[in-house]
Design a protein around this ligand. Structure first.
Ligand SMILES: *[C@@H]1O[C@H](CO)[C@@H](O)[C@H](O)[C@H]1NC(C)=O
Ligand SMILES: *[C@@H]1O[C@H](CO)[C@@H](O)[C@H](O)[C@H]1NC(C)=O
Ligand SMILES: *[C@@H]1O[C@H](CO)[C@@H](O)[C@H](O)[C@H]1NC(C)=O
Ligand SMILES: *[C@@H]1O[C@H](CO)[C@@H](O)[C@H](O)[C@H]1NC(C)=O
Ligand SMILES: *[C@@H]1O[C@H](CO)[C@@H](O)[C@H](O)[C@H]1NC(C)=O
Length: 773
C-alpha cells in the first residue's frame, strides 16, 4: 500500500468550507465521531425491517442474495472499491474498507482516525520483534487486544471493521524495507504467526465461525518482498519463482492463514509472478485461494494493483480489459478506484458478465454480514459494549511491554557485562541517535500510541544517566565522537542505542547495504575504546546489520537486537539490561555479512543455491555461507539443557501392494497418498533451566532430510516456548506428522517424503530417524 497518498487526503478541506459550516460541523463532527456506521437501521427506519438482507434470522447466503438482487449494475459497481457506495433507499451508508492494524490500531488507511474521544491505541512492537518471541500464544494474545481496541473504536465511529493486516510475506532478502512488518524468513514461523494473529483479530473460535470480531487480511499474495531496489520497483517487478520455491517458501504462510486461521481476506500484491500480475491471475486467485484453500471471505487488491497492472505494467491493452481480467481472476474488491471507473464499460463490452460482479460483491457483503454490519445498531450485538474505556487499558499496555521483552534478542554477552547491577552502576552513559526516540520505536503501519517510554527514560528510571546523542539522527553523517567518549570514559557502564529508522528501511525503501548508516560504526568503536565500564550495543532495527566489527571487538561486551520495540520499548530494554527480565528472544531471520548483498541481486527470487554460478541461496534453510548471526540465535542469562527422552528411530510407510517403490529404488514417496497419512511421531524432551534466574526458552525442532529434490539443509518442524524457574525442568513433547512435517516439496511442486535418514536436531542434540517402506 502507498499510505502517503492517503494521508494527504484528509487535510484537503477548504478553509472557506470550514468557516461557513463551522456551527453545523461542530455538531455533526461530534455526532459523526460517536456513532458507528452500519446498515439496516430499523429503529430510525422501520420499513427496512421487511427487507430480507436486514433479517438476522436468515442465513448469510440468503441475505446476500436478497441484497444483490435489489441493486442496479451501477450500484453494484460501487461495492467493488474500498470507498464503497451508499444506497439510501435501502438504508446502506457509505463504508470505507481500508483500515490497518499491523501491530496495533493504525491511522494508516482512511477508515480509521484518532480523535479526542480515542486519542491513541496500544502500540505493540513491530511484527519482526514479536515474531522473535517464538511464542504462538503471544501472537494470538496481541491480536485479541488489537481487535478489542479496533472494535471499541468502531463503536464510536473512529474505525472500520475490515483491517488489512497481517503482512506475512517471507523476509527473503535482508535489504527489504518492509521486512520489519513480517514475521521473518521461516515459512513455519510465518504460518504460526499468521494463524495466531488472525485468530486473535477475528475471534471466530469462541462463538460462531460466521461471526467475526473484525475481519483480518493476509497480504501481500504472493512472492512480494521487493519494494525499490536499484531501479526495480514493486510496481514493475516480475518475480520469477520456481514451482518448488513457490510451494515450499512463499505460499505456506498464506495457506495456513486461510486454512488454519480462517482469515476473511487475502490481498493480492503489486508485482507479477512469472509474467502475470497476481491480481489478474486466475490460477493464483480463483484456483488456489478460493478453489484449493476455500477462502471464506473476499480477495482485495493492493492500492491500486489494478491500476498498476494496466498503467505501469501494460498487461492489458485497455482499462476495461484490466477490470474484466482481474474480476474474472477472482478479485472481489479493489483498493483504489480503477474498478469503479472501468467495470461498467467492461460489462457493456461483454468482457465480463454481471454475474461475475454479483459474485464479487457477494463475497464482500458476506464478510460485512459476518461482522454484523447489516444487523442494525452494533450496541445490541456482540462486542457492542466496547468503547473508549477498553482502549489503552493498563492490561493492554502491559502486554505491549511484555511482548517487547519477550522478543528482545541477546546476541553477545561477555561474562561480567549483562545484566547490569542497578546498585553497582552509579552512572550510566546512554549514547546514540536511537537512545531518546519515540516514533522510531513503533516502526511503520503505526498508530498514535497510548504513550511512549524511550530507551533513555527506561534506563534513567533505574540509575542516573548521562545522555549523548552522538549523531544528529540515524543517518549519522558526522558523529560527535568527543562528547560521547567523555561520557563513556567516566561512566560505570555504557549503553549505545544505534540502528535504523524509516529513513533507512521502509515501505518503498529497500537498503543497498547491510552496514550501520554513516559514522555509526566509528562512534561505537571510538566510544568502546575509552569506556570505563562494560559497553552494551543495542541495535534498534527491522532488518539485520553486518555488525561483525562489534561481534569481534572485545571492548564491546554485549549486543542486543530490540527490533522496533513499540510504545513500551524503553521499559523493556531497561528490564533486560538490569536483569529484571531474562532475555529469551531468538532471531527470526539470518544476519548476513555485507559481502552477501554485494554478490546477490535482490531481484533473484531463487531460494536454492546454484553451484554453476556461485549463487549462495537464501535463508537458513538453503544458505550455507558465513553469517553474522544465524536464524534462531539468541542467548539468555540462564543455561538451558536439553535431553532426549523418547523418539522413534524407524518409521515404515505402509505402501499398497505392488507399489512401484517395492520393485525400484525410490528416493522418496508421495506425501499425500492414502498410505502416507496420520503417521504421527511423538518426540519427548526434558528441558532444564540450570541457573537460579527464571526465564523463557524456545525449543526448536529442526530436521535435516536426506538430500533429494534439492531439499533444505535443515528446516524447522516445530517450536515451543516454555517458562522455567531457576533449576526447574519441564517435559516438552512434539507431535510430528511424518508425511506433513518431514516431507519436502519437489521440483514440480509435489510433496514428497524422502526415504532414508532424517537428522532431527534440538540445540546440540541430534537424533537420526529412518524412514523406510
Ligand atoms: C425474517 O425471516 C424469518 C424466516 O424466514 C421470517 O419468519 C420472518 O417473518 C422474517 N422477519 C421479517 C421482519 O420479515
Ligand atoms: C507467551 O505469551 C503468553 C501471552 O502473553 C504469556 O502468558 C506466556 O507467559 C508466554 N510464554 C513464555 C514462555 O514466555
Ligand atoms: C457471459 O455469460 C454468457 C452466458 O452464460 C457466456 O456464454 C459467456 O461466456 C459469458 N462471458 C464471459 C466473459 O464470462
Ligand atoms: C529526549 O527527547 C525529548 C523529545 O522527544 C526531549 O524533550 C528531551 O529533552 C530529550 N531528553 C534529553 C535528555 O535530551
Ligand atoms: C549446571 O550448572 C552447574 C553449576 O554451574 C555446572 O557445574 C554444570 O556443569 C551445569 N550442567 C550442565 C549440564 O550444563
Amino acid at each position: 500500500m502507498a499510505p502517503a497518498q492517503n494521508r494527504n487526503r484528509a487535510p484537503k478541506v477548504s478553509v472557506l468550507f470550514l468557516f461557513l459550516t463551522y456551527c453545523s460541523l461542530q455538531h455533526s463532527s461530534s455526532s459523526a465521531q460517536s456513532s458507528p456506521v452500519f446498515a439496516c437501521d430499523v429503529v430510525s427506519n422501520p420499513s427496512l425491517a421487511s427487507l430480507g438482507f436486514c433479517n438476522t434470522s436468515l442465513g448469510i447466503d440468503l441475505r446476500v442474495g436478497d441484497l444483490v438482487k435489489r441493486l442496479t449494475l451501477q450500484e453494484k459497481i460501487t461495492f467493488l472499491v474500498d470507498s464503497a457506495g451508499s444506497v439510501s433507499r435501502l438504508g446502506i451508508p457509505k463504508y470505507e474498507w481500508w483500515s490497518e492494524a499491523l501491530h496495533g490500531v493504525s491511522y494508516v488507511g482512511p477508515g480509521t482516525h484518532f480523535s479526542n474521544v480515542v486519542p491513541g491505541a496500544t502500540s505493540f512492537p513491530q511484527v519482526i520483534l514479536t515474531a522473535a518471541s517464538f511464542n504462538a500464544s503471544l501472537f494470538q494474545a496481541i491480536g485479541k487486544v488489537v481487535s478489542t481496541e479496533a472494535r471499541a473504536m468502531y463503536n464510536v465511529g473512529l474505525a472500520g471493521l475490515t483491517f488489512w493486516s497481517p503482512n506475512i510475506n517471507i523476509f527473503r532478502d535482508p535489504r527489504w524495507g518492509r521486512g520489519q512488518e513480517t514475521p521473518g524468513e521461516d515459512p513455519l514461523l510465518a504460518s504460526k504467526y499468521a494463524t495466531g494473529y488472525v485468530k486473535g483479530l477475528q475471534q471466530t473460535d469462541g462463538g460462531s465461525p460466521n461471526r467475526l470480531k473484525v475481519a483480518a487480511c493476509c497480504k501481500h499474495y504472493t512472492a512480494y518482498d521487493l519494494d525499490n531496489w536499484k531501479g526495480t520497483d514493486r510496481y514493475h517487478f516480475n518475480a520469477m519463482v520456481t514451482k518448488q520455491d513457490l510451494d515450499d517458501t512463499f505460499q505456506p504462510p498464506f495457506k495456513s492463514c486461510v486454512i488454519d486461521g480462517n482469515v476473511a481476506s487475502v490481498m493480492c500484491s503489486y508485482n507479477q509472478v512469472n509474467g502475470k500480475p497476481t491480481c489478474a491471475d486466475p490460477d493464483l486467485l480463483a484456483g488456489v485461494i478460493r478453489g484449493q484453500w476455500k477462502l471464506n471471505g473476499y480477495i482485495v487488491s493492493d492500492c491500486d494493483s489494478v491500476d498498476v497492472l494496466y498503467n505501469s505494467q501494460h498487461y492489458t491493452k485497455t482499462p476495461e480489459e484490466a477490470a474484466a481480467k482481474s474480476i474474472l481472476a477472482g478479485l472481489d474488491l479493489n483498493c483504489g478506484s480503477f474498478l469503479g471507473k472501468h467495470t461498467e464499460a467492461a460489462v457493456k463490452a461483454g468482457l465480463v458478465n454481471e454475474s461475475a460482479i454479483d459474485n464479487a460483491i457477494s463475497n464482500n457483503f458476506a464478510t460485512l454480514m459476518r461482522l454484523g454490519f447489516f444487523d442494525g445498531h452494533p450496541s445490541k450485538q456482540p462486542y457492542g459494549q466496547l468503547g473508549p474505556k477498553d482502549v489503552c487499558t493498563q492490561a493492554n499496555q502491559d502486554l505491549a511491554l511484555d511482548a517487547a521483552r519477550q522478543g528482545i534478542v541477546l546476541l553477545k554477552n561477555t561474562a561480567g557485562s549483562l545484566p547490569l547491577s542497578p546498585t553497582a552502576i552509579k552512572n550510566l552513559a546512554v549514547i546514540g541517535p536511537n537512545a531518546n526516540v519515540t516514533k522510531t520505536m513503533i516502526g511503520n503501519y503505526e498508530g498514535t500510541p497510548c504513550k511512549y517510554t524511550t530507551p533513555l527514560q527506561g534506563l534513567a528510571a533505574v540509575v542516573a544517566t548521562t545522555y549523548q546523542a552522538g549523531c544528529s539522527n540515524v543517518q549519522c553523517g558526522t558523529a560527535q565522537v568527543d562528547d560521547a567518549k567523555k561520557a563513556a570514559a567516566s561512566a560505570d557502564a555504557t549503553v549505545l542505542v544505534m540502528g535504523a529508522d524509516q529513513s533507512i528501511e521502509a515501505e518503498g525503501r529497500d537498503r543497498l547495504d547491510l552496514l550501520l548508516p554513516g559514522q555509526q560504526q566509528l562512534l561505537i568503536t571510538e566510544v568502546a575504546k575509552v569506556a570505563k565500564g562494560p559497553v552494551i550495543l543495542i541495535i534498534m532495527s527491522g532488518g539485520g546489520f553486518d555488525v561483525s566489527f562489534a561481534k569481534n571487538d572485545p571492548k564491546i561486551k554485549s549486543i542486543l537486537w530490540v527490533g522496533y520495540p513499540g510504545q513500551a520499548g524503553g521499559a523493556a530494554i531497561a528490564d533486560v539490561c538490569f536483569g529484571r527480565y531474562n532475555p529469551s528472544g531468538r532471531l527470526p531471520m539470518t544476519w548476513y555479512p555485507q559481502s552477501y548483498v554485494e554478490k546477490v541481486p535482490m531481484t533473484n527470487m531463487n531460494m536454492r543455491p546454484d553451484a554453476s554460478n556461485g549463487y549462495p541461496g537464501r535463508t537458513y534453510r538453503f544458505y550455507t555461507g558465513e553469517t553474522v548471526y544465524a536464524f534462531g540465535d539468541g542467548l539468555s542469562y540462564s543455561t538451558m539443557n536439553h535431553e532426549l527422552v523418547r523418539a522413534p528411530k524407524i518409521v515404515a510407510i505402509p505402501l499398497e501392494e505392488g507399489h512401484v517403490c517395492y520393485s525400484s529404488n525410490c528416493k522418496s514417496v508421495d506425501a499425500v497418498e492414502q498410505s502416507c497419512q496420520n503417521l504421527n511421531l511423538d518426540i519427548h524432551l526434558r528441558v532444564k533451566n540450570n541457573a537460579s534466574i527464571s526465564g523463557g526458552h524456545t525449543i526448536f525442532l529442526f530436521s535435516t532430510p536426506p538430500s533429494v529434490h534439492k531439499s533444505p539443509q535443515k528446516h524447522l518442524l516445530a517450536f515451543e516456548k516454555v517458562f522455567l524457574k531457576g533449576q526447574e525442568e519441564a517435559l516438552v513433547s512434539f507431535k510430528v506428522d511424518a508425511c506433513k512435517d518431514l516431507s519436502v516439496v519437489d521440483e514440480l511442486g509435489n510433496r514428497k517424503l524422502a526415504l532414508g535418514d532424517h537428522l532431527l536436531h534440538v540445540g546440540n542434540l541430534k537424533h537420526s530417524l529412518t524412514i523406510r517402506i
